[in-house]
Design a protein around this ligand. Structure first.
Ligand code: G3P
Length: 308
């Protein structure tokens, strides 16, 4: 399992300037013991996933994306907007991330304004980079330019598809409120593409002066891939971002995304994530444990001795 270095004094200092997750209740003499806890969001656009978690007080926000909207049944842009608007109303006042689908700066800013009015709690999800896979020759700073413009006009953003610390840093520098490193996809990718004879992470993309070069360089993989097991590479990415943000007292929130299992939730918190966005099926698995269950069976049996 991921084995982080001890949290630094800088990490504690940063925590003190971050928002409160569990505020005290007026009139209650017990201060909330987890005032600065990691916040839990649900990674879904499906109302039936979200509503019970919200009513139970288990989540403080949601994140959506085009894949999740498709899963929720969106059949047109108008229909997707109806779903997003309904989710904003449901979640009020908690944040709801709504993702851009346009690919060029002006159109993205325009679409962001269209989504921003769906709810005062909307957050615009802006993909990092310039999307060369779908916009050949596109400006690599497209996403960050959009974030800067939205910050200037008072619109909160969540920079998504973050896979390294430089992307996270540039997003913060542009004015992002949140950044979403995709924890689960890093080990997925390495497991699928690494040459087993080489060091872990040899398949990762580099960012060099030749631009993106797949498969031939580990220049960008050392920090997230080396120094531990492949399965923990995503948690190491979170830890690296958390350390950099702490060093510079950056208050952009680290929203760990692409979570596959409850162990990764623990790893994200060890690594210093501010928010964990979790698919509903993974959230269903966090509370039970076979030993809790077995223990409960024993306590219930023994309680029969005095329940008559
Ligand atoms: O929030 C981002 C998330 O939805 C991506 O998850 O499972 O497609 O890697 P996944």
């Amino acid at each position: 399992m991921f084995n982080p270095a001890f949290s630094s004094a800088a990490m504690f200092a940063r925590k003190n300037i971050m928002p409160v997750t569990n505020p005290d209740k007026p009139g209650n003499s017990i201060h909330h013991p987890a005032a600065k806890a990691a916040r839990i969001f649900c990674d879904s656009a499906t109302r039936s996933d979200i509503e019970p978690l919200l009513r139970a007080g288990l989540i403080n926000g949601i994140t959506t994306n085009p894949t999740l909207l498709k899963k929720a049944g969106a059949k047109s842009w108008a229909n997707a907007k109806e779903i997003m608007k309904d989710l904003c109303a449901l979640l009020q006042p908690y944040p709801v991330s709504l993702e851009l689908t346009e690919l060029t700066e002006d159109k993205m800013v325009e679409q962001a304004q269209e989504l921003a009015v769906l709810g005062t709690n909307s957050v615009i999800k802006v993909p990092a980079g310039g999307y060369p896979a779908v916009v050949p020759g596109g400006d690599p700073f497209t996403g960050f330019k959009v974030v800067r413009k939205l910050w200037e006009s008072g619109v909160r953003t969540n920079v998504t598809l973050v896979f390294n610390t430089t992307q996270a840093f540039w997003a913060a520098n542009a004015g992002a409120t949140y950044i979403s490193p995709f924890l689960g996809r890093v080990p997925d990718y390495i497991n699928k593409n690494d040459n087993p004879a080489k060091a872990a992470g040899n398949s990762l993309y580099s960012i060099g002066d030749k631009g993106f070069v797949a498969g031939d360089s580990v220049a960008n993989s050392e920090y997230v891939a080396a120094g531990g097991e492949i399965k923990d590479a995503g948690a190491r990415l979170i830890f690296e971002i958390a350390t950099v943000f702490a060093n510079y007292q950056i208050t952009t929130e680290i929203l760990a995304a692409s979570i596959r299992n409850p162990v990764q939730l623990t790893e994200c918190m060890l690594a210093g994530a501010d928010i964990l966005t979790v698919p509903a099926p993974v959230l269903q698995t966090v509370a039970n444990h076979p030993l809790s269950d077995e223990g409960m069976r024993g306590f219930l049996e023994d309680s029969k001795a005095f329940s008559g």
